[in-house]
Design a binder for this molecule. Structure first.
Ligand code: SF4
Length: 314
């Protein structure tokens, strides 16, 4: 069986080729249950000053990108973050994005320092739909309140783009529609991203994967609600054919900006075993990452639930 996607429309910022992403910090002060690098955080090295300088030089010379993403585990733990942002803007980056859990943004003096330095995009991790669920998943009390205070503060600032990032797990998927509602008041929230969990291993030892068929109704409701609010939506690592069945195929965007990261990360990443599917040889989806090893180990390959795309559907 194959599905068509009559509702397909442009639903993502789709500007990944315009950005370069540097991992500048591997410490974190939350304990998210779904953390995908908790086992490697201590070993991975942030990008060096020389690597950062090389990116700035390239930008000065060739204006290769529009935006720079400063990321890692929790990049606001870097004391020189405002300085990095200021140097990036001076080198010709029009957009500087930080990826953060948002807790420090609750302090207006700190938020103002970042804004003053030229940070104008905030990619904020939202784990739950309210104080209880979010704080339970990130395992630090007060996190929701601080994150929301930061988002609310930034929502009044000109030239700011807010983007949220949610890891979809067995714990979070039922919360997705309410999460969209909880953020509905934010005027500058331009995009919500839903990243289906991958364990960076061959086994889902934490039992955080959830069957795609169970996730789909909640995910689809959240996407539609976000669209009603005028948000773009990007979904990562979810079967393309299932989203197409809901008329939401265009929300699957597995593209990423060029990522500069410790090469040791890719050894762990490869353990996920992406791009497997019993229909892979006949399916024409160019966006889909299929089923990963840990998911198949728990739930099987779902031959009958998945439907290979035809050439005109990809
Ligand atoms: S590769 Fe598999 S999961 Fe992905 S769209 Fe094709 S059939 Fe569906």
């Amino acid at each position: 069986m194959a599905f068509s996607d009559p509702g397909a429309k442009s639903t993502s910022l789709r500007d990944h080729a315009d950005y370069v992403s540097l991992t500048m910090e591997f410490r974190c002060n939350l304990r998210c249950v779904h953390c995908m690098i908790e086992g490697t955080m201590d070993r991975l090295e942030p990008q060096s000053d020389a690597s950062f300088d090389n990116v700035l030089d390239e930008q000065r010379r060739n204006r290769r990108w529009r935006g720079l993403i400063l990321t890692g585990s929790e990049v606001t733990l870097r004391r020189d973050l405002p300085d990095l942002a200021r140097r990036a803007r001076a080198a010709g980056f029009a957009r500087v994005r930080i990826q953060t859990h948002g807790a420090r943004l609750a302090r207006p003096d700190y938020a103002e320092r970042l804004l003053d330095a030229g940070v104008n995009e905030f990619f904020v991790s939202v784990a739950g739909s309210d104080r209880d669920s979010h704080d339970r998943i990130v395992d630090v009390k007060g996190s929701w309140d601080r994150m929301m205070a930061g988002l609310d503060y930034l929502d009044d600032k000109p030239d700011v783009r807010l983007i949220t990032n949610t890891v979809v797990t067995a714990l979070s998927y039922p919360l997705l529609p309410k999460m969209v509602d909880a953020l509905s008041h934010l005027k500058r929230l331009v995009q919500m991203e839903f990243w289906t969990y991958w364990p960076m291993a061959e086994k889902d030892d934490k039992k955080l994967c959830a069957p795609h068929a169970e996730v789909l109704p909640c995910l689809a409701r959240a996407i539609r609600r976000a669209h009603e609010l005028g948000r773009n939506v990007e979904v990562k690592n979810f079967p393309h054919c299932l989203l197409i069945r809901e008329g939401l195929g265009d929300t699957l965007v597995n593209d990423q900006p060029l990522l500069l990261i410790d090469p040791a990360f890719w050894d762990e990443f490869a353990r996920n075993g992406f791009d497997q599917c019993v229909h892979r040889t006949v399916c024409r989806s160019r966006a889909c990452l299929g089923i990963n090893t840990a998911y198949a180990d728990r739930f099987g390959w779902d031959r009958d639930g998945l439907a290979p795309l035809t050439e005109d559907q990809h």
